[in-house]
Design a protein around this ligand. Sequence first.
Ligand code: 5GP
Ligand code: MN
Length: 361
Amino acid sequence: MRSKDKITHFLSYLILNHQIIVNIRDRILQASNIVIVTHTNPDGDAIGSSLGFYLFLLKFNPAAKIRIIVPNDFPSFLKWMPAVKNIRIYQDNDVEAILEIQEADLCFCLDFNALKRTDKLSSFLEESKAQKILIDHHPQPDPNFDIMVSNIASSSTSELIYDVINGLGGKELMDEDIASCLYVGIMTDTGSFSYSCRRPETYLVVAELIRLGIDSELIHRKIYDTYSENRMRLLGFCLSERLKVLKDFHTAYIFLTLDDLNRFNHQNGDTEGVVNYALSIEGIVFAVLFTEKESKIRISMRSKGEFSVNDFARAHFQGGGHKNASGGDSFTSMRETLNYFESVLGNYQDQLIQVNQNELK
Ligand code: 5GP
Ligand code: MN
């Protein structure tokens, strides 16, 4: 184990210390209205951790009303998950969602590090009287939460939720449904155990989830082998027509216009995973997907090794995320966004060459 890993490992025990867990337990047991919220464009970890914790809270404090609210819709490949119909989508039911936030006395903020990641929900969350508890694995969390369980060494928020449930003494309340939800989060946030999964703890948690009876192979198929024909053809189009490789910068990007998306009858979640294909090209250490939306260009970034796309997203696209996976936005046209991107890339050339060299070692 490298010395850096030892420190974060040690930190994870500090973070989940007894006092924090006792505080969280007391607040859950004293609450009558608990709301779980997660970030905009919820992914497998956001939905998996929220549903897993929701199902646990139903058992841990049966007297409380428990709600899950997400800012906007999520991909259909997550819609088979246990209790998924109980998720309130703010974009579709804003009046109910706002009311639920207003009456909440406790709010769990899962899989994001700053309230602004919930977009329109953030102002209601700020005004709410609810105590806010953060459970998250993104770097640089905003300190404005009442209690924070933040561990950037954890593969996913879902893995952290397992630790929290365990810490609360709730292991015997875990069941196959809770385990399935947490498995979805760990599996999707590690790209099916290909990144962010160097700690043995992740596999010990997964072993426990499998012991609870989940079918990990079926879960994998439900998430990854359910492409529509249009989605598969859109992927082909991305790779054949919209992929640009900048060899000198060890960078590859894909861009998609609204016209492209309409041509393939784009559905929510159809571009999920596309950016990883650009990153799997030999010699590429930085990959980006630019997707045109109605009012902005959405940017999804991935990297290998020490190149921080979190820093890159913060510096150039008002975004953030993890070292190797981040997102951001641009409010100019696609052409201008791509020109800007290519122009700032020059500042990173030495770093990108170095990271590529390290990959070859
Ligand atoms: P994705 O490319 O899958 O949308 O996002 C990759 C990672 O970056 C996720 O962990 C997500 O939470 C984070 N992320 C995506 N967009 C943003 C953003 O605009 N701001 C911040 N702070 N994080 C983001
Ligand atoms: Mn996550």
